[in-house]
Design a protein around this ligand. Structure first.
Ligand SMILES: NC(=O)c1ccc[n+]([C@@H]2O[C@H](COP(=O)([O-])OP(=O)(O)OC[C@H]3O[C@@H](n4cnc5c(N)ncnc54)[C@H](O)[C@@H]3O)[C@@H](O)[C@H]2O)c1
Length: 326
């Protein structure tokens, strides 16, 4: 089976492509390799993928309307797609809102159209986010809860993606699954996310900034568990029996961990203490996230297996090797 993976130079895209290749699948990867964070890290991920049989890469920008024909030709023959390309980051969306229009809205639109016109197309899986729960105070967050109070533009674009996809499932019967990821971490992780920022600061003797005075909780999800869920979704297109063939699932670890506990585990794994600088809550952030995973557990048999006590040391092992520490 040939699968399109967009955002393949990114953190989750890299791991997803590897998993599909591990089981003998063919992967067509697309990424514009933007410089939101280290291009060197994205290229290092791509080099690993390019060395593998069954992988083809195209450097293309899905928000570039001029490149539509080129992109269509690149993906000829795919029957399924996993759309992970996006401008991520809640905090970045406060300062650079226009980045989200191209990368999240136009690129999602392009992906929908490319898939719709692809002969024999079977299923599009796309990334949403736990941030769609926004101001929701009911925990754990369930896919049955309301999502009409996004507290960042990033969240608003992810909600828009879910609605755009639903409309295409309804209009054209195109099977789609949206996955609301909960704070993903692990080897080859993103340098703009807290775990990497903390590890980098601790190793270089800088203090770390902890928001809301440390009173935050997150459902930290190890990347291997996420990929297991993504691939299970990819393999099981929704049916049309109950309306439009569109589903949305949470993928989380189903454990809401205090941020200070994550920092403690990180300190132990690095063998160094952090100098903590407490800060007030940041605009656009939520205090707590916690995934109700009943829907994906019941439908796809998803079961996360990696607590942060196991996952954080695995991240640290990669972080030290990649950055040349000891
Ligand atoms: N990592 C998390 O904790 C998390 C949580 C919730 C949702 N998500 C979502 O999951 C998806 C993957 O996240 P990630 O952590 O791998 O992010 P990432 O930033 O590492 O990967 C995204 C990739 O998309 C590429 N890209 C951006 N705009 C593009 C465009 N117009 N055309 C082609 N490529 C483009 C980037 O160059 C990047 O390599 C994203 O949609 C993100 O919003 C991630």
């Amino acid at each position: 089976m040939k699968t399109l993976v967009t955002g393949v130079a990114g953190f989750i895209g890299f791991h997803t492509a590897n998993r599909l290749l591990d089981r003998g699948g063919e992967v067509v990867g697309i990424d514009c390799v933007n410089d939101y964070y280290s291009v060197e890290l994205k290229n290092a991920r791509l080099e690993k993928l390019k060395a593998r049989e069954g992988f083809r890469f195209y450097k293309l920008d899905l928000s570039d309307r001029q490149a539509y024909d080129e992109t269509r030709d690149a993906i000829a023959g795919i029957s399924r797609a996993i759309h992970l390309a996006a401008q991520a980051g809640v905090r970045h969306s406060i300062e650079h809102p226009f980045d989200y229009v191209g990368a999240n809205l136009v690129a999602h639109m392009t992906t929908l159209e490319l898939c719709r016109h692809q002969p024999g197309f079977e299923h599009l899986v796309y990334a949403s986010s736990s941030s769609v729960y926004g101001g929701n105070k009911k925990l754990p967050f369930s896919v049955d809860h309301r999502t009409d109070s996004p507290v960042s533009l990033y969240a608003a674009t992810k909600l828009a993606n879910e609605h755009m996809s639903y409309s295409y499932a309804h209009l054209y019967g195109m099977p789609q699954t949206g996955l609301r990821f909960f704070t993903v971490y692990g080897p080859w992780g993103r340098p703009d996310m807290a775990l990497y920022i903390f590890a980098d600061a601790i190793m270089n003797g800088r203090s770390i900034e902890v928001f809301n005075h440390g009173d935050m909780k997150r459902d930290f999800t190890f990347v291997d568990d996420i990929v297991t869920g993504v691939v299970a979704a990819h393999d099981n297109p929704p049916t049309t029996s109950d309306g439009a063939p569109h589903r949305v699932y949470n993928i989380g670890n189903h454990r809401s961990e205090p941020l200070m506990r994550l920092i403690e585990i990180l300190e132990n794994a690095l063998g160094r203490k952090a100098e903590v600088h407490m800060k007030p809550m940041q605009l656009g952030d939520v205090k707590e996230s916690f995934a109700d995973i009943d829907a994906i557990r019941n439908d796809l048999g998803f079961e996360p297996t990696t607590p942060i006590d196991v996952g954080v040391p695995k991240f640290v092992e990669w972080f030290k090797a990649y950055n040349g520490y000891d």
